[in-house]
Design a protein around this ligand. Sequence first.
Ligand SMILES: Cc1cc2nc3c(=O)[nH]c(=O)nc-3n(C[C@H](O)[C@H](O)[C@H](O)COP(=O)(O)OP(=O)(O)OC[C@H]3O[C@@H](n4cnc5c(N)ncnc54)[C@H](O)[C@@H]3O)c2cc1C
Length: 511
Amino acid sequence: MSNRETKTDVILIGAGIMSATLGTLLKELVPEWKITVFEKLSKAGEESSNEWNNAGTGHAALCELNYTKEKPDGSVDISKAININEQFQLSMQFWSYLVNNKLIENPQDFIMPLPHMSFVQGEQNVTFLKKRFEALSNNPLFQGMEFSEDPEKLKEWIPLIMQERASNEAIAATKIDSGTDVNFGALTRMLFDHLESKNIDLNYKHSVSDIKRTSDGLWELKVRNLDRGTVERHTAKFVFIGGGGGSIHLLQKSGIPEGKNIGGFPVSGIFMVCNNPDVTAQHHAKVYGKAKVGAPPMSVPHLDTRFIDNKKSLLFGPFAGFSPKFLKTGSMFDLVTSIKPDNLLTMLSAGAKEMALTKYLIQQVMLSKEQRLAELREFIPNAKSEDWDLVVAGQRVQVIKDTEAGKGTLQFGTEVVSAADGSIAALLGASPGASTAVHVMIEVIKKCFPDHVKEWEPKIKEMIPSYGVSLMENPELLREIHTLTAQTLGLSISEKAKEKTKAKAKEPVLS
Ligand SMILES: Cc1cc2nc3c(=O)[nH]c(=O)nc-3n(C[C@H](O)[C@H](O)[C@H](O)COP(=O)(O)OP(=O)(O)OC[C@H]3O[C@@H](n4cnc5c(N)ncnc54)[C@H](O)[C@@H]3O)c2cc1C
């Protein structure tokens, strides 16, 4: 039975951070456009964007060693780190604009200052980290980064990691205080609250099951109203598929040629979490290590302080897992049903090429709690089993596509796939993910509304002052933006205030 039909300007599928960001940007650019959102769950930000389903790292390449590869000549390539840092600067500016204009409030509810550190063990890794530090620390984007191999200094920076550590081991770390812990779940909910106040049509428990082009060039969506058990038809001029892991199936349904020969491979994330205040009080940083040989980049181990609901906890991981679901709340048939005649060869080629990944995932799935603790003890030598529980995080669906590197190449970034006429776009992939949502959604806007971009540019520059400018090449502007965003988002806090923040985070949750 079908009992509701609407026509609108924009439909956003999914209520994660990506749709939230695109909806907010569009509402500022063209307030008169009608926006409708369909989300199959009962709330916003419940899948990958949820605070417990991702690591909450504001990825700015301040600590992630996989963004700086060692070249065959021994030098360190920092181009990817620069790119990611510049992209994160856009998010920080947009979030500041929202706070300054009171579109969202209380930035401390979604972003906290937190030192970002890289930590390595073994002579070879120490040499690499030193070279990386030398390559980055002269760049304005990474100003303030420190390096140390001195155990006494490291005890100051990371007391928990240094306790009961063998003294003959070669170790080193870098530290930069301008890092952040971001609660992307809270931010997603804040953005949807704001959008609702602007009268967008937000529909929870509505699952999109089909997307078809109409004869007059619009897009018609078949949507299941999960409460009523009815089927609805909704039409729009522009559709954004922000379904997270669910995007591949919806892109395939749209039938656009740009969506052909693309597949997805799901990798689950599992973290260990510690809520013991005696332990959490001893650590205050995000500390990223080096991925094990053969491990995929998203499994770089890290020990993070998290601030969720005013409570401080520690997270260690991620351990990878395998589930054929594309969403945490997805179906066991997701992987199988994503294989179509057009991407079969692509998927088979990836399967043959990625035997190392398959082996790695099988090993990870088989790990016992004791084996996971052994990995944790490489970070915290005296970690106690009773302090740590397992939490299952979100699903990352890695894109598989044919590239210059060959058929069926596994991608680790995010990909915007859009129709040639810009009437529909989908976001695929996972990393660096939520941190770069603003950059990625600006890309969607540029691809899908090329005729409007010129006219929208002044407003975009008001929201993101560095739009179209390289901050690395404009250190003066970078300094200005850093100071302003840090002030607005409450990140430029004094040592005394930092202590207060830490103390507050140690207090039990009140609500
Ligand atoms: C383990 C892990 C760790 C991560 N760590 C970080 C990190 O530290 N920093 C970072 O920046 N990023 C991180 N990420 C990536 C980040 O979480 C994602 O890139 C981001 O949340 C994706 O947002 P999204 O809006 O695209 O998807 P989601 O948040 O997954 O939202 C998609 C929404 O679409 C809905 N949906 C799907 N299909 C349909 C349909 N047919 N009809 C209606 N609704 C539908 C879903 O229910 C969901 O609510 C991590 C991800 C994982 C899994």
